[in-house]
Ligand binder design. Sequence first.
Ligand code: NI
Length: 391
Amino acid sequence: MNELHQQVLAQLPQCITDRRWLHRHAELSFEERETSDYIERALRAIEGLTLSRPTPTSVMAVLRTERSGRRLAIRADIDALPIQEENELEFRSCHAGVMHACGHDGHAAILLNAVRLLAARRPALCGELRFIFQHAEETPPGGAVEVIRAGVLDNVDEVFGLHLTSTLPTGRFGVRGGVLTSATDRFEIGVSGKGGHSSMPQECVDPIVTGAQIILALQTVLSRSLCPSDAAVLSVCEAHAGSAYNIIPGDMQLIGSVRSYDERVRKTAERRIREICAGVAAAAGAQAQVNYIRGYDSIHNDPALTDWARGLIARTFGSKAVCELSPIAPGDDFCYYDQVCPGFFLELGAANPEKGSDAPHHNARYRLDEDALAYGMEYTVALLSERCRLA
Ligand code: NI
């Protein structure tokens, strides 16, 4: 057993304690007050760090070394979700209707304890390390844009991050160069017709019939306007209209989402939604208003950094630990970091069906396998200390 592995195992009980405290005190995006105070208090007790608050509920710690070298940043998100927890755990969320159902409690605990281990290795490091505990990943436009605006990435050479996932078993690292996550957009379509008596349709412009035609025509955005190798998904998930069985309503509202992996595809989808709505509505004598709201962009992993990290994972955990991913659907505001400097983000397995840790994310029974915290710490410390090791 090597030295780092032993240090990580010795650190694991503290990491679990931190994770359970954070889990118990789950807080929503932009409201992470107890969470950020806890993290700040813990960081204050570590020697050699400079602390700051980029925003009221985010925390950054900087570890400066004696020698020049790369300036690296690593980010953990810290917010929870509006879900009532259904797990029977002694550390279940004490905030009604708020739950860490995406593993961000684990991300924060991994990074906090990696900082403890890295601070102890400071004499052997060069350059500068920035640890970003970021608020509000779950609620677009998200906390990333705010902390970046506050300067957390100024003069940074490379940025890293990870997400625990119940789609991979504990101990596997999901890796992909280039596009990792989807761009996640929302559209809202308002169809305006002319309401009236159901027995006199000739006096009306029926927005429900027009809306139904729009829903069907939108299915051709993917099948007829994109080339077969372009991946995207479009779903109409809400349709609202009407108030009585004998009244043709005046309006209908349709809401849905588009997920894509390429800016060209994303732009085509938006343009075709607008054209189809305008055309179908005009043919019916109705009007359609389209509001297309861009969510997070795709995460782009730097190819060279990805190759390097893949090698590090294979050296540290064995080549079987590396799992090559296809692009995944969930979005993440880490995308804004890798638009500033080269970045690498991975998916860290935290599923163990034997422990009941295999419910999907954003589910009231989501439960991460705490063994994954050790993998997360060891990866983070190995990554950052190798990336800024003295030559
Ligand atoms: Ni998440």
